[in-house]
Design a protein around this ligand. Sequence first.
Ligand SMILES: [Zn+2]
Length: 132
Amino acid sequence: MGTSSPPVAVARWVVGQATRVLPPADRERYRREFVAELHGLSPAEQARYVAGLLSQVLALRAALGSSSGSREIPMGTTTRAPFRCRVLRMHRWTARGAPHHTHVRTCLRCGYEQGPFNTPDESPTRNYLTGI
Ligand SMILES: [Zn+2]
């Protein structure tokens, strides 16, 4: 089955390096979480994931270190979506049909929905780095 590929070595290495900046109490937990999220991604998606991780890890460290009472990352929501959805906006889409030959996409992890789209290959995430 080609739907799940193990993390490539360099992606695991980058995750290990990135999490070294995090507080020791949180480092291992986040490293495990990030490596777990690499599973099932294609190598290209893993590269995108670790690139996003590198761009966000300092903000994550600041969030972890700035609050003595709460460990929650202030992202404006109480529902804890996965890091990949919440911070990197990399959703795991599943498409389903909608009326008038369109379809909508729903994230399997956080439930976020986009659409309807008229073509199956329309990509709402293509501008994920620049298109806020
Ligand atoms: Zn999502």
